[in-house]
Design a protein around this ligand. Structure first.
Ligand code: PXG
Length: 292
């Protein structure tokens, strides 16, 4: 097996040689931003939306990405080409760069940029046909007043603690609530519920990342003649929902059939969820930015 070729600060290097400094503030403080992007069938899915969010996240933390958008787009596509891949996952990372041991970013003169293109499989196929078993966890989603969950930063401890609490329960994903007790999102996915044929999702202001797959759900709903409403969602609403599903770049659209031991609907994947999965899969096979 050839080693993966990694884009690192303007060059392609073999994976074993793709190293950043132990003084990089991305490592020392989680100071940086990232995107996870999928490519299907030789085309990068929703690349412009991911670039928009990356530059917005960077702006929100006063991090200047040291590449113009066109250059970064080209480097992303080239990373896929260098690895001869047609289907897979891209991790685009920009850190504050190398500094000293203090947290002040003023000492970091140049941000570090790296791009990994690889293959992934997040969930086995059976979860798409049987649904996930999930739990709600004690760790609250970080308050937007403390650190906006809209920023896709390298600081994922909040989500990782929730993930660990899910692992302890034996869940495949976990649902995080905010300080008011409203549902925010899953650890790396947004959440949707179906009740009496209506589709609801928590407000972004309740502590969710503005997911790109989430936004696509609104588009797919419109095309199917449905409406998605943003709402304050409680645990009770989840327990009594007819259907639940979560969405994310890695996970795609995945049904949830059990929350905290409550079977959702009939405990099988419902028709509305199936419709979203089908329309999502159709969409991934068309459009997108060509790699080759
Ligand atoms: N919420 C959070 C907290 C996320 O990190 C999503 C929602 C879904 O957003 P998108 O834009 O992907 O629809 C994410 C996604 C992975 C992975 O491997 C994904 C994320 C973070 C870490 C890993 O799929 N972010």
């Amino acid at each position: 097996m050839q080693p993966l070729k990694i884009y690192l600060d303007g060059q392609f290097v073999d994976e074993p040689d793709a190293k950043v400094s132990v003084f990089d503030h991305g490592l020392l403080y989680g100071d940086g931003v990232f995107e996870g992007i999928r490519f299907y069938n030789g085309r990068v899915f929703l690349l412009e939306e991911h670039l928009d969010r990356l530059y917005d996240s960077a702006k929100a933390i006063l991090l200047t990405i040291p590449m113009e958008r066109d250059e970064l787009r080209a480097a992303t596509l080239k990373t896929c080409r260098e690895n001869g891949l047609r289907d897979g996952y891209i991790r685009l990372v920009v850190t504050r760069g190398k500094g000293d041991l203090g947290l002040n970013p003023n000492k970091c003169s140049k941000p570090t940029v790296f791009i990994i293109a690889a293959t992934i499989e997040l969930y086995p196929e059976k979860y798409y046909t049987e649904g996930l078993r999930v739990n709600t966890v004690p760790t609250q989603r970080v308050s937007p007043a403390a650190l906006s969950p809209a920023i896709k930063s390298l600081n994922y401890l909040n989500n990782i603690l929730a993930k660990i609490e899910g692992n302890l329960y034996g869940a495949q994903e976990s649902i995080m609530l905010n300080a008011q007790g409203f549902v925010a999102e899953c650890t790396a996915d947004n959440l949707f519920l179906v009740k009496k044929n209506k589709v609801l999702t928590p407000h972004v202001s309740d502590g969710a990342l503005g997911g790109i797959t989430r936004r696509l759900m609104f588009e797919l709903a419109r095309e199917a003649g449905r409406e998605i409403l943003e709402a304050n969602v409680t645990r009770y609403d989840l327990f009594v929902a007819d259907e639940l599903f979560c969405t994310g770049t890695g996970a795609e659209v995945v049904p949830i059939t059990d929350v905290d031991g409550r079977k959702i609907g009939k405990g099988t994947v419902g028709p509305v969820t199936q419709e979203f999965i089908k329309n999502f899969r159709t969409r991934t096979q068309s459009g997108g930015t060509p790699i080759y």
